[in-house]
Design a protein around this ligand. Structure first.
Ligand code: PEP
Ligand code: MG
Length: 539
């Protein structure tokens, strides 16, 4: 038996033969051409056909992966009309007098590589979308097929990586699970797999070698372990786990729609973290009682220029409307550090995590900040919004940020624009400094939400992006737990609520401790809500 460890991105157990995805190779040889105009026309015809295919696919996929997920194919279609994508292709055809297949492959690969090189995980994951679109166009140009090469028996399908098109079009009856050498937890492939209930594990690297093809395997999508030629005791263990998971899921479903209470009747709020309008659907599907962290910076990523006030207003309004009277905590821009955006033109820094990020950028660029605050306030007329400032370190910073909010309100009021005056303004506690002076900050904040991802990084002095330090990173370190406790106590002394929106909030092994500390809210991945509700009921 060989045991391989990857990153589980879609839970579930699968057993079957391992089969590597056989993509039919596409013709991308560098063929010289005589007539440039004619070649550009050939590219444009393929581009239009690809756009039609994507429209159809978006329609067909709605049932399978949900309307919001299927929208990805509309984004792919838009990419085909984006000059950032098409201009370099036309440029290669024109200047090198080469065939369109080669130009699409070359320009598409370069653009995909640009995305793959970005620091931000979300942007990195977009490289596969560009690759996917390019493959579609090349396929049309060359008239070749790229079938999924599925064999008769259902298999655990392996590949370097899967494109969103491939994942969405998988035959659910032929594929037991997905495993890949590369991939990102927030890629659409991972999202689609979760939506379709296909177990998936990514990031095996070269260990997932082609030699393993055809071997019997078993997979645990939760722990991320792939067993090749599993021993009978492992099979038995996994079968038992599968049955346990099935029963657990059935039992958890009974908690859907119910409020969250501890054993002795204290209510707790179970909210969800989201990064986009479409994530609000997942939050509702997971039975979130609200949104505890809307990472608004995702509206700024993946574009060439700042989103304007109207763009932002639309996104916030849609989330608020979807969530009805449930609270939606919108965190103001947290760009910088691991989330870099070119058009912000931030200077190069030796230590970006300790540099110009989050509220520091907003306080240095008041117009940028006010645009976002006006958009949030305008949207506040459509639901139950709250504002949250990230990375606050001092009372002065909080007061300055609140002053920007006041000015934004004043500007809207002077124009007679509708908004809610009393939107609660809270802060994230993400640094040891803010936790230690949380008694002072609590005087000016309507609530606290502890960002344990950053609090851990800054308390333990461990770069959260650096995987090689994981053995030093004790996420349950006493220092972090004490800072959480202190923050919660100070919040309660001042009569405000205190929650956790960092990854620790979803750590089931700490739930009891958090309940005992008196935390009022946990904001987590939507898929964790029902289980947390059931654990809290026993605490
Ligand atoms: C955190 O730091 O815990 C947090 C929730 O914010 P982010 O992960 O977006 O930095
Ligand atoms: Mg943070």
């Amino acid at each position: 038996m060989i045991t391989l460890q990857g990153k589980g991105v879609s839970a579930g157990i699968a057993r079957g033969r391992l089969s590597f995805l056989k993509r039919k190779s596409l013709s991308v040889e560098k063929r010289p051409i005589d007539n440039v105009e004619q070649e550009i026309e050939r590219f444009n015809v393929a581009r239009k056909t690809a756009a039609e295919q994507l429209d159809t696919l978006a329609g067909e996929m709605t049932d399978k992966i949900g309307k919001e997920n299927a929208l990805l194919f509309e984004i792919h279609r838009m990419m085909l009309e984006d000059t950032d994508y098409t201009d370099p292709i036309i440029e290669i055809i024109t200047s090198e007098k080469v065939c369109a297949e080669y130009a699409v492959n070359t320009a598409g690969s370069r653009l995909a590589q640009d995305f793959a090189d970005m620091d931000d995980e979300y942007m990195k994951a977009r490289a596969i979308d560009i690759y996917d679109v390019s493959r579609r166009v090349i396929k049309l140009l060359s008239g070749e097929d790229y079938g999924l090469g599925e064999s008769g028996e259902p298999v655990i399908l392996a590949a370097d990586d899967f494109t969103p098109s491939e994942t969405a079009q998988l035959n659910r009856n032929a594929v037991l699970a997905l495993v890949s050498r590369q991939g990102a937890a927030n890629s659409h492939t991972a999202i689609f797999a979760r939506t379709m209930g296909i177990p998936a594990v990514i990031s095996f690297g070269a260990f997932l070698s082609g030699d393993l093809s055809g071997k019997q395997a078993a997979l645990d999508g939760e722990t991320g372990v792939l067993y090749i030629e599993p021993e009978p005791d492992i099979i038995k263990e996994l079968e038992e786990k599968q049955e346990r998971l099935r029963k657990e899921k059935e039992a958890l479903e009974k908690r859907r729609g119910k409020p969250t209470f501890t054993k002795d009747g204290r209510p707790l709020k179970l909210y969800a973290n989201i990064g986009s309008v479409s994530d609000a659907d997942a939050a509702l599907a997971g039975d979130a009682e609200g949104i505890g962290l809307f990472r608004s910076e995702f509206l700024y990523l993946g574009r060439n220029d700042y989103p304007d006030e109207d763009d932002q207003y639309e996104s916030y309004r849609k989330v608020l409307e979807k969530m009805g009277n449930r609270q939606v905590v919108i965190r103001t821009l947290d760009i910088g550090a691991d989330k870099q955006v070119d058009y912000f033109k931030l200077p190069h820094e030796e230590n970006p995590a300790l540099g110009m990020r989050a509220i520091r950028i907003c306080l240095t660029r008041p117009d940028l900040f006010k645009t976002q605050l006006r958009a949030i306030y305008r949207a506040s007329a459509h639901g139950n919004a709250a504002i949250m400032f990230p990375m606050i370190n001092s009372l002065e910073e909080l007061l300055k940020a609140k002053e920007s909010a006041r000015v934004a309100r004043e500007e809207l009021a002077s124009k007679g624009v509708a908004f809610k005056e009393d939107v609660p303004i809270g802060i994230m506690i993400e640094t040891p400094a803010s936790a230690l002076i949380s008694d002072v900050l609590a005087r000016e904040a309507a609530f606290f939400s502890i960002g344990t991802n950053d609090l851990t990084q800054y308390t333990l002095a461990i770069d959260r992006q650096n995987d090689s330090l994981s053995s030093f990173c004790d996420t349950h370190h006493e220092a972090i737990l004490r800072l959480i406790q202190l923050t919660c106590e100070n919040a309660h002394r001042a009569g405000i609520w205190c929650g956790i929106c960092g990854g620790l909030g979803g750590d089931y092994s700490l739930t009891k401790e958090f309940v005992e500390m008196g935390l009022d809210e946990l904001s987590v991945e939507p898929s964790r809500i029902l289980k947390l509700r059931s654990i809290i009921a026993e605490c």
